[in-house]
Design a protein around this ligand. Structure first.
Ligand SMILES: C[S@@+](CC[C@H](N)C(=O)[O-])C[C@H]1O[C@@H](n2cnc3c(N)ncnc32)[C@H](O)[C@@H]1O
Length: 353
């Protein structure tokens, strides 16, 4: 235990951080500082946060700040230092820290993370809040009306999530709406499998969750309707913006989870075409989108009046950017009938629903 790194591996060329200068077991604070230096010297973004997350994880804590004074000043064992080194090596390969740790928190849940399944982003927590607020309002819950926590009427909506990824949205909804039924779809088998694993770890989520690996057509979804709500954080990055994404994303995440085509609306349009066929009357669609999309979606819906959908609200993210769309099916379409599936979007190019 006389050196910091077993085997004398030197990850970078900084004199100030050569491992041989360290002839004793280091504390958590010293290790964070050491690896921050290594990351910085290698051009790894968020060097301090990355080293804090890795060291905290090995010490069994969520964050560095939650470590007590005792843990911070106790020298780490060789095994702990080796584990930190192994994880840090992955970060040095530009692997996102969420994949390095193999887990990440989303709202109150800790979810398993595995490449290439999309890592849930913090702003998506607000998308979940919007769906929850509406579910409580629709149930007439006093929790919303009076601003208190104890609803006497438990909402039991049927919710369809398109593009479930790791299950972040679907499982968060289930954790807050235990009487709901969530149908979660993803075109990637890896995503469906990870959602299932995350549901299994949370025990009670499997029964009210139906997982559907998507095939080419969304017709397979129709028998699951009518649903109260569709929620989606679809791939919405404009294709032209894809090359500007961080190396971490481009090298590790499924680009099909991000690339929304030339106008970022490839999957958004599909969802909107599906919505009138599968939503109950006055049902809602909640979408996370690019800040350029609210106006584009509004225009697109105006050009497709047969869909009977309109944007009822646009909500901003924590940076003040228009990011979430609430769209409603505003009237019962005579031609839209769950039994006949006479869906107006059959006429839309490239969309089958
Ligand atoms: C931006 S990720 C969102 C994942 C997760 N809902 C979240 O917020 O963390 C988009 C997801 O949609 C899936 N997806 C992309 N195109 C799809 C399609 N046509 N049908 C179903 N899922 C699709 C991707 O595989 C990916 O998991």
């Amino acid at each position: 235990e006389s050196t910091l790194l077993s085997g004398g591996w030197i990850p970078f060329d900084s004199l100030a951080h050569k491992p041989h200068v360290c002839a004793r077991a280091l504390t958590a604070i010293e290790l964070v500082s050491y690896w921050r230096g290594v990351f910085e010297a290698n051009g790894i973004p968020e060097a301090q946060e990355s080293s804090e997350y890795i060291v905290s994880y090995v010490l069994g804590a969520k964050t560095f700040h939650s470590l007590g004074a005792g843990s911070l000043s106790t020298p780490l064992t060789l095994e702990q230092r080796q584990q930190i080194q192994q994880l840090s090596m992955k970060r040095l390969q530009r692997m996102p820290v969420q994949y390095v740790l193999g887990e990440w928190d989303f709202r109150e849940l800790t979810l398993k993370m595995r490449p290439p399944v999309f890592i849930p982003r913090p702003e998506t927590e607000d998308l979940v809040s919007l769906v929850l607020e509406e579910a409580l309002q629709r149930s007439g819950s006093p929790a919303v009306i009076a601003g208190h926590q104890c609803p006497t009427i438990v909402p039991h909506p049927v919710i369809l999530e398109i593009g479930c990824g790791s299950g972040a949205i679907a499982l968060s909804l289930l954790s807050k709406l235990p009487k709901s039924w969530v149908i979660a779809v993803d075109k990637e088998e890896a995503a469906v499998n990870l959602t299932r694993e995350n549901a299994q770890s949370a025990h009670c989520f499997l029964e009210p969750l139906t997982l559907i690996p998507e095939t080419s057509s969304w017709e397979q979804l129709l028998p699951w309707g009518p649903v109260d709500t569709i929620v989606s954080n679809p791939p919405y990055v404009f294709h032209g913006d894809m090359t500007h994404l961080a190396e971490e994303i481009l090298s590790y995440e499924d680009l099909g989870a991000l690339d929304g085509g030339n106008d970022g609306m490839r999957v958004i349009k599909k969802i909107l075409a599906l919505a009138p066929c599968i939503l109950k009357d006055h049902g809602s669609v909640f979408l996370e989108v690019d800040p350029r999309h609210p106006e584009m979606v509004e225009n697109w819906l105006q050009n497709h009046p047969d869909l009977s959908l309109s944007v009822s609200a646009t909500h901003k993210d924590f940076f003040g950017k228009p990011r979430f769309l609430h769209i409603q099916k505003h009237k019962a379409g005579d031609r839209i009938n769950k039994n006949s599936f006479a869906c107006p979007s059959d006429h839309l190019p490239g969309v089958s629903c």
